[in-house]
Design a protein around this ligand. Structure first.
Ligand SMILES: Nc1ncnc2c1ncn2[C@@H]1O[C@H](COP(=O)(O)OP(=O)(O)OP(=O)(O)O)[C@@H](O)[C@H]1O
Ligand SMILES: [Mg+2]
Length: 224
């Protein structure tokens, strides 16, 4: 299968900032335009064993939201049980994260899709081994980056640091998403306006704090 789809690598200002939520919103946005979309979570730790198989919640969500029915192992080749940084989880379970496996899975997904969203793990510099991190993986896949910024105290600093690091990688940042992860964030509008001054890539959307997660409604807020 040859890679024909366009891919995007979704990273964030850290863990739990809304990478998965934002990815699903973007998947809905493009599915609403008739595109065949796949989600890819190459590396995940903190997985749960179901009937002997390790499964990651993010990967299950991306699998269920993908346009095609896709095998779990294609979407998440590296599923680690320990809920620790992937480089530690890999060592603890005597595994090595092989980027050639990830690029092969990506090519298979891209060959079957118009668009593939690749969700990273943790933040931009989260280690995957002693010598590679999420940034290395993004560079190997050579994909444009989407940055998810958690709108939270300290978020301006995290956003600036991460955006600068993405720019330093040489990969294009096609845009960022402001995700309101906190129910009562003080001055969130002012925070978003401030981050907008520092991140020169376009703001693709603001996801409000919303426990109901109506993705079709949230997708209407995306401006691509
Ligand atoms: N806009 C929002 N409104 C309400 N809850 C949110 C919002 N965004 C994220 N959350 C919640 O915060 C948690 C983290 O979100 P999510 O899983 O998307 O983050 P992540 O960056 O993908 O995390 P991880 O680093 O584990 O992959 C989830 O429980 C999610 O439901
Ligand atoms: Mg996630």
């Amino acid at each position: 299968m040859s890679a024909v789809g366009q891919g995007f690598f979704v990273t964030g200002t850290g863990t739990d900032v809304g990478k998965t939520i934002s990815t699903v919103v973007l998947m809905h946005y493009f599915q609403n335009q008739g595109k065949i979309v796949s989600g890819f979570k190459p590396v995940a730790s903190g997985c749960t064993r179901y009937s002997g198989q390790l499964r990651n919640q993010d990967a299950l969500v991306l699998q269920s939201k993908s346009s095609h029915s896709l095998p779990y192992e294609l979407i998440n080749p590296y599923a680690f049980e320990p809920a620790v940084s992937p480089h530690i989880a890999a060592k603890e379970t005597n595994r090595v994260i092989d980027f050639s496996v990830i690029t092969a899975n990506y090519a298979a997904l891209a060959g079957a899709s118009d668009i593939v969203f690749v969700e990273g793990v943790g933040g931009w510099y989260a280690p995957l081994s002693d010598s590679a991190d999420v940034a290395t993986l993004a560079k190997v896949l050579a994909l444009p980056i989407i940055l998810v910024v958690g709108i939270q105290l300290g978020g301006i600093n995290y956003a600036r640091l991460t955006f600068d690091a993405i720019c330093a990688s040489g990969l294009p940042c096609v845009g960022w998403i402001a995700n309101c992860v906190e129910p009562e964030m003080v001055a969130s509008t002012e925070n978003i306006a401030t981050i907008r001054r520092f991140i020169t890539a376009p703001l693709l959307g603001i996801i409000p704090y919303d426990k109901t997660m109506n993705f079709s409604v949230l997708a209407k807020g995306i401006q691509w």
